[in-house]
Design a protein around this ligand. Structure first.
Ligand SMILES: Nc1ncnc2c1ncn2[C@@H]1O[C@H](COP(=O)(O)OP(=O)(O)OP(=O)(O)O)[C@@H](O)[C@H]1O
Length: 645
């Protein structure tokens, strides 16, 4: 139900009279804008207007409601005045209490110029003021709005509140659909906002989260903490803060191809005016584009690269297989240790501490691995091929040779735990030195690829600039408790070799949640999975099926297809909302969240004993932890074995 045209007209008339009475000397454009804002107080929006307008260096009015907090100025403004008004608005609102110990983040305050121009700021033509009230942007319920408004009342200064109107229906009409009293309108708004209770972070942060958003770091900084503690949320707020306080380009990057697109969409909700200001791209795509811009296009052709690797394995299988029979183990050694760390001489390899690798290699064994590596490199060179690590190494070389003409003002790296060391060095080089230039966000416990490094290996000193978040906002307590079972075996480090905070130390922010598990054979899986999809406690579009191997994703996709259940692969998901069930591997699901998650795990008999087996088991535990912590409200864990247990 919407608001009747009559109710709107009545509210506008009353608002016009009120504004004219309180601010009689106001110019016409400003009066129109303020009137339009005040009229919105029939829809659970609260408006505060300065009583000394026009007041240079401050916004004219502040709007607080289910869509967040807005500082609004009518008419043209130069950039310096706009920045002053933003700072003033941030100072006024930052730290005002929300609910449950959360506070308003200054970086959440939208600054909007109505009917005027100022590049780099959110400009809305007067006729399109309604855009600020879009229903899909609502994320605060009435209690949260009330808490903020109460806070403003305490620090109002020259601000005067324009209390919400209650518009009565005209005497000669009975109340009918489309003609609503203020209370009903409020309920509608509130209901809409409550569909997105988890989006409260668009405005409200934990005081510790908020502090990280604006803290000045004199060198590279790191945010770590267990799953769901709002690391990405804080990184996005910080990006907005940096966009407001710097003029150069900004980069938000990760190792995962699809994740930056999801975060770009989220950032656009948080900071609609910054579209285009920050670049969201995965590290390899960035490197490819950068090299192309320098006329040095490097393409990675996966098929032939795999052939080069298999050929090298065939040539060295006998000697390496005696240490560990799985070719995957040795491919990882090349990918994550030798090339991932940018090792180019045997001496370096002989000395390197192979973090995350459980099989200790003596000098003779390392020499065998080196020969395997050399064969692989020769195979690549024969066919003039490059692999993904080469791409990063070449980009790093190019960056060192000639730094970018227009350096980034800041580089933010999410899910940093899965980036290779060579990637990390590239990012370090790209960000350069200087305050606030490099922010690394990650959690060692969620590493879904093998191998590892310490930040110090990449020459990234963090001393005193490491932040740790602990309050888990994503997973309801039952889900969190279930996920915590996976962290028993994992030693967690803070990405720099010291002890980190594990999921078992995270505190839940929300009650409730539900976990169900199932165990059965492959033949039973279709019926079990379909029955769970049928019973999902949330809309299908807000749920995901997560598996650990491509073959299991394919198997589940096929089961769902046959049952005519529409799915969207996480390989092509960039955060858009639709009613298709999402499906993908844990590698694609990391960094995302869903209200419900159906996990399909096939038992992994191939773990094996010994050091390599232990390494695989730990990796799988970390992957299981990531899968379980993607769920907000509900997890179904299906374990598919050869026999039902
Ligand atoms: N201050 C907050 N208020 C309300 N919800 C929040 C807050 N911070 C985070 N959240 C919720 O928690 C979810 C997880 O946040 P985010 O993705 O930033 O965590 P993360 O630490 O990066 O997680 P992961 O490491 O598991 O990917 C968000 O989608 C949001 O719904």
């Amino acid at each position: 139900m919407g608001i009747s045209a009559h109710a709107r007209r009545q509210a506008e008339r009353q608002a016009g009279e009120l504004v004219a009475a309180r601010l009689p000397d106001l110019g016409a454009p400003r009066r129109r804008v303020l009137t339009a804002l005040v009229a919105r107080t029939i829809e659970s929006w609260h408006v505060f207007v300065r009583d000394d307008l026009p007041a240079p260096g401050t916004a004219d009015a502040y709007l607080i409601g289910p869509g967040g907090v807005f500082a609004i100025t009518a008419g043209a403004l130069d950039d310096a005045a706009a920045r002053a008004a933003i700072r003033h608005a941030e100072d006024r609102f930052a730290g005002l209490p929300g609910l449950h110990g959360q506070v308003v983040s200054g970086s959440a305050v939208h600054f909007v110029i109505v009917g005027g121009e100022a590049a780099g700021h959110w400009q809305v033509p007067e006729a399109e003021l309604g855009k600020l009230f879009r229903r899909d942007a609502l994320h605060l319920d009435r209690r949260r709005v009330r808490a903020i408004v109460d806070g403003v009342d305490g620090v109002a200064g020259r601000l005067r509140g324009y209390a919400p109107f209650a518009v009565a229906p005209p005497r000669d009409t009975t109340v009918s659909e489309g003609l609503l009293d203020a209370e009903t309108l409020t309920e509608n708004e509130v209901e809409a906002a409550q569909h997105r209770p988890f989006d409260a972070w668009l405005t409200l942060l934990h005081p510790q989260q908020r502090a990280v958003v604006t803290r000045r770091y004199n060198g590279p900084a790191r945010i770590s903490g267990p799953a769901g503690t709002g690391k990405t949320v804080v990184a996005l707020h910080r990006l907005r803060h940096l966009a407001r306080t710097t003029t150069g380009p900004l980069l938000f990057t990760t190792f995962v191809r699809t994740l930056p697109l999801v975060h770009r969409a989220t950032f656009e909700r948080l900071a609609p005016e910054m579209t285009g200001r920050a670049e969201f791209t995965n590290l390899h795509a960035w490197a490819r584009a950068f090299l192309a811009s320098r006329g040095r296009a490097v393409e990675v052709d996966n098929g032939p690269v795999r052939t080069a690797l298999s050929k090298a394995w065939r040539a060295h299988r006998d000697e390496l297989g005696a240490i560990e029979p799985s070719n995957q183990y040795w491919e990882t050694e090349i990918d994550r240790v030798l090339k991932g760390r940018g090792i180019t001489t045997f001496d370096e390899y002989a000395r390197v501490y192979r973090k995350g690798r459980r099989i200790n290699l003596n000098a003779r064994q390392k020499a065998m691995v080196w020969r395997y590596f050399e064969t692989y490199q020769e195979n690549l060179a024969d066919k003039e091929l490059h692999d993904h690590n080469d791409l990063l190494a070449i980009a790093l070389g190019e960056l060192v040779r000639e730094p970018p003409e227009k350096p980034y003002a800041a580089v933010v790296v999410d899910e940093v735990q899965d980036i290779t060391l060579i990637g990390l060095r590239l990012l370090r080089q790209l960000a350069g030195d200087g305050p606030n230039r490099l922010l690394l966000v990650g959690d060692g416990q969620q590493q879904v690829y093998p191998g590892g490094w310490r930040l110090s290996d990449a020459g990234i000193p963090i001393q005193g600039r490491g932040e740790v978040l602990r309050l888990n906002y994503r997973n309801r307590v039952e889900v969190l408790t279930f996920a915590q079972r996976f962290d028993a075996m994992n030693h967690v480090d803070d990405l720099d070799g010291a002890a980190g905070v594990a999921l078992r130390d995270a505190e839940p922010a929300s009650e409730g949640g539900e976990v169900r598990s199932w165990r059965g054979t492959a033949a039973d899986l279709p019926a079990a999975l379909l029955s769970e999809v049928d019973k999902l406690p949330v809309p299908r579009g807000e749920a995901a099926v997560i598996a650990f191997h491509h073959r299991d994703v394919q198997r589940c996709t096929e089961i769902l297809r046959k049952a005519k259940i529409e799915t969207r692969s996480l390989d092509h998901f960039s955060g858009e909302s639709d009613d298709r069930l999402k499906i993908g591997t844990v590698h694609r699901a990391k960094g995302l969240d869903f209200r419900a998650v159906l996990v399909v795990q096939t038992t992994d008999p191939e773990h094996g004993d010994g050091d390599a087996g232990r390494e695989r088991r730990e990796l799988h535990d970390r992957q299981h932890l990531v899968a379980a912590t993607r769920a907000r409200d509900f997890v179904w864990w299906g374990l598919v074995g050869n026999t039902a247990g």
